[in-house]
Design a protein around this ligand. Structure first.
Ligand SMILES: C[S@@+](CC[C@H](N)C(=O)[O-])C[C@H]1O[C@@H](n2cnc3c(N)ncnc32)[C@H](O)[C@@H]1O
Length: 490
């Protein structure tokens, strides 16, 4: 891997997005991007130079000094700039026939400060408007493409998030507006064995032109290839938009897709967001401190009226409802499910005053969320929802009625009905497998076989009132199984 004197730690690799590309993948991308020996090729984040080593006339940019040394050893003929790429890209007058590489995948939480500010303003000047929630690789590719000569090609490794993440939309729009042909190859088998994220490949050619479609090619494994496969399907930009700017739905068969779409458009179908508010549960900042077991509460003498049973995580969401029987069982098992629910301005019972002056409390109030609120011991946004939704799951997402007036932490989503459908009807629709297919299509894979549904995505889940149809059921189940296979849940 990295040819440096000191091996990188997992943390430093993660913060700089330093996961280097297997040789067969790098060679495949370079051999297509570069058409003649005279072509100038750019790798905007060249790491130890494994893309540069595939072509004599190459230029690399890399901010890490050790990696630059490795690249110089590997590709002594290449021109290598030790710099932040966006700083260099904003100043250079050089232009290239080709660009290939593997941009750093640095998530928005770490892609911050000057580098992000430069990246976003450079891309905005090129007509691609990224929000601060973007991961680094998307602006990297826009800024790289803008350095091509007319007719130029790019070939890059990209995270599979290109198939669903909202922040990838400005990139894909930019590519369609500036290239004659854009192809995305979804690869099911991992290209990077050590990464939990899946990687796909992006090929674009004919810089200076434009297209009204993407070519999308799902492959189960990636093998060394000199050009992207001709197979695949054309996804018109309008279709992509109709699928909420996602390519992932095109991983399943057209028949399953058409059926899902017809159900979305059926007059009786509702999106969850049309009949409910979906949000995250409350955030205490110090869960251990704020959740007591019955024995602990009784030892501390905390009265019942400031304690409220809570759904602490998705594992508690079994069956169709959280009932009084469920809660009684939690209490009998002495589980720490009682939220210390204090209100602003409330006169505190003496036992609570004592608890708030313990060493445990002193530790809890130092937690970031507690420090940020006044008074620190009042947990905000505690509500009693109509239902809960598990938002991270392997096989399926649960929607569970709240029959015991519980509250819920931010490890589950809370659902408040706003009208238009009774909870009974919602749950009836939830039993239909099309609701699970909806979770697969509107949610997103999280790695390790898990599926995640953000509140924004949950609002798009469909509740369909379908007539029974074994033929349709088969298509729906096939769609679910295909999507599960792609997120490695098997
Ligand atoms: C995913 S690695 C890819 C390296 C190489 N292209 C490969 O695939 O083997 C990404 C590289 O980007 C570099 N990098 C991260 N942020 C950068 C920035 N703002 N400018 C230049 N290089 C950067 C990291 O140091 C890392 O070497």
């Amino acid at each position: 891997m990295l040819h440096s004197r000191r091996p990188m730690t997992h943390e430093s690799r993660k913060s700089s997005g330093s996961y280097y590309t297997p040789d067969a993948t790098a060679a495949s991308l370079v051999s297509w991007a570069v058409r003649t020996d005279a072509d100038r090729m750019l790798d905007p984040s060249c790491g130890d130079g494994r893309f540069l080593s595939g072509h004599r006339n190459s230029t690399g940019v890399e901010q890490n000094a050790q990696a630059v040394k490795g690249a110089m050893e590997r590709a002594p003929w290449a021109t290598i700039h030790e710099s932040d790429f966006f700083t260099w890209a904003g100043q250079t007058a050089e232009r290239f026939e080709a660009a290939a590489g593997n941009p750093p995948f640095i998530r928005y939480q770490r892609f911050t400060g000057q580098v992000r500010a430069k990246a976003l303003s450079l891309c905005a000047s090129l007509g691609a408007h990224f929000s601060s929630l973007t991961s680094s690789w998307a602006p990297f590719l826009v800024a790289t493409a803008a350095l091509l000569r007319p007719g130029g090609r790019i070939a890059f490794v990209v995270p599979a998030e290109i198939g669903h993440a909202p922040y990838a939309v400005p990139l894909l729009q930019y590519l369609a507006a500036h290239f004659e042909h854009v192809q995305i190859i979804a690869v099911r088998e991992k290209i990077f064995a050590e990464l939990s994220e899946d990687c796909w490949l992006l090929y674009a050619e004919g810089f200076g032109g434009s297209t009204n479609r993407f070519r999308f090619t799902p492959l189960s494994t990636f093998e060394r290839m000199d050009a992207p496969p001709a197979s695949g399907m054309d996804v018109p930009l309008d279709e992509w938009k109709a699928w909420n700017y996602r390519l992932r739905p095109f991983l399943m068969s057209k028949a399953s897709r058409d059926l899902y779409r017809a159900n979305c458009e059926a007059p009786t179908t509702r999106r969850l967001g049309q009949i409910a508010r979906v949000g995250i549960g409350y955030v205490t900042g110090a869960n251990e401190f704020f959740h007591l077991s019955p024995s602990m509460a009784s030892k501390l003498g905390i009265p019942d009226h400031v304690l409220h049973p809570s759904v602490r995580n998705g594992r508690a969401l079994n069956g169709e409802s959280v009932s009084m029987t469920t809660v009684r069982k939690w209490l009998l098992d002495d589980e720490p499910v009682l939220l210390l629910r204090l209100k602003k301005g409330q006169k505190l019972p003496a036992s609570v005053e004592r608890y708030l002056s313990t060493d445990r409390a002193a530790e809890a109030r130092e937690a970031y969320k507690c420090r940020m609120r006044e008074p620190w011991y009042v947990v905000p946004d505690v509500t009693i929802p109509d239902a809960f939704l598990s938002y991270m799951s392997g096989d399926g997402v649960s929607l569970v009625a709240n029959r015991a007036t519980c509250v819920g932490t931010n490890s589950v989503h809370v659902i408040h009905l706003t009208g238009g459908m009774s909870l009974g009807m919602v749950q009836q629709c939830w039993k239909d497998p099309i609701a699970q297919l909806s979770c697969e299509l509107e949610g997103h894979p999280l790695g390790g076989g898990m599926l995640k549904v953000e509140p924004r995505e949950a609002g798009r889940l469909i509740l369909a009132d379908r007539p029974p149809s074994p033929v349709d059921d088969k298509l729906i189940l096939a769609g679910i199984s295909e999507m599960q296979k792609w997120r490695h849940y098997a």
